[in-house]
Design a protein around this ligand. Structure first.
Ligand code: F6R
Length: 250
C-alpha cells in the first residue's frame, strides 16, 4: 500500500482530486466507485470546480456509489442520493443515466444487489474506488465481522456507525438501522483504490489498516491484500505511523 501524508485536509483533498482527474483524462470512459461522508467532500469540491472550469469532462464516465441507507427516500436530505447530487453530480457534466446509487427503497434487496453487482461488471468493473474509513475499520458499510467474500448486500448497521452518523440526524433514533452496501469482494475487485482519512479519530484505524493482522473483525485490513491501494492522510490521521510526513510504501 502507498501512504501519502499531507499537512492538512486541504492538501490531501487537492492531491486526491488531481489523481482522480488524471484518471478521467487518461480514460474518459472510466468507471468510478464513489463514497459519501466527510472524507471526500474536499475532493468533490475540487473536482466540481475543475469540471466547471472545463478542465475535464465527465460526459463518458459511469459512477457507482458504495452504499445507501435503507428506507430513506432519494429526496430526503439525509440520503446518500441527496448528498451526491448536492456535493458532486449537479456540478458535473455526467449524464444522470450514467450515475448509479443503490436504491434504498427497493422491495427486493437481494435481487437488487445482484443486479447492481452485475451492472458494475457489465460496465467493465470499477477503475478507481474512493473509500473513507470508520473508526471500527468499516469500509462502505461493511462492519466488523463481515465476510471478505461478500458481494453487494443488505446490512444491519453497527451501533458505533449509527452513533458516528447521528450528527447528521435530528436524534440518534432517526439514524436508519439498515443499509445497502457494496461488499468487501465488490470493493476489492476495483483496479485501484484511494482511501481518504483525516483527523486524529481515524489514526488508530489507519494504523490497523496498514499493520494490523488481516482479519474480518477489522474490514479495512483486507486492503493489505489488494495490489493498488493509496492512503491519502492528513498528519492527524497519520499520527500513529512512522514517519508522520511524506510518502512511503508498505
Ligand atoms: C460512505 C461510507 C462510509 C464512510 C465512513 C467514513 O459512503 O461508505 O464507510 O466512508 O463511515 O465516514 P467519514 O468520511 O464521514 O468519516
Amino acid at each position: 500500500m502507498r501512504v501519502r501524508i499531507f499537512e492538512d485536509y486541504e492538501q490531501l483533498s487537492d492531491s486526491a482530486a488531481r489523481e482522480l482527474l488524471r484518471q478521467v483524462l487518461v480514460k474518459p470512459h472510466s468507471v468510478l466507485g464513489l463514497a459519501t461522508g466527510s472524507s471526500p467532500m474536499g475532493l468533490y469540491e475540487k473536482v466540481s470546480d475543475a469540471c466547471r472550469r472545463g478542465l475535464v469532462s465527465f460526459a463518458r464516465v459511469h459512477t457507482f456509489n458504495l452504499d445507501e441507507y435503507r428506507g430513506v427516500e432519494p429526496e430526503n436530505p439525509l440520503s446518500y442520493h441527496y448528498f451526491m447530487q448536492r456535493n458532486l453530480f449537479r456540478h458535473l457534466d455526467v449524464p444522470p443515466s450514467q450515475v448509479h446509487i443503490p436504491d434504498g427503497l427497493t422491495q427486493d434487496p437481494e435481487k437488487y444487489c445482484r443486479n447492481y453487482e452485475k451492472d458494475i461488471m457489465e460496465h467493465g468493473g470499477i477503475d478507481l474506488q474512493l473509500l473513507g474509513i470508520g473508526r471500527n475499520g468499516h469500509i462502505g458499510f461493511n462492519e466488523p465481522g463481515e465476510p471478505f467474500g461478500s458481494g453487494m448486500h443488505l446490512v444491519e448497521l453497527h451501533p458505533d456507525t449509527r452513533a458516528a452518523n447521528a450528527r447528521f440526524f435530528d436524534s440518534p433514533e432517526e439514524v436508519p438501522t439498515q443499509a445497502l452496501t457494496m461488499g468487501i469482494k465488490t470493493i476489492c475487485r476495483a483496479r485501484k483504490i484511494f482511501l481518504l482519512a483525516s483527523g486524529v479519530s481515524k489514526a488508530p484505524a489507519i494504523f490497523q489498516t496498514l499493520f494490523g493482522a488481516i482479519r474480518e473483525d477489522f474490514p479495512s485490513t483486507v486492503l493489505q491484500l489488494h495490489p493498488d491501494v493509496t492512503l491519502f492522510l492528513d498528519r492527524a490521521a497519520a499520527q500513529e505511523l512512522e514517519p508522520v510526513s511524506g510518502s512511503f510504501e508498505v
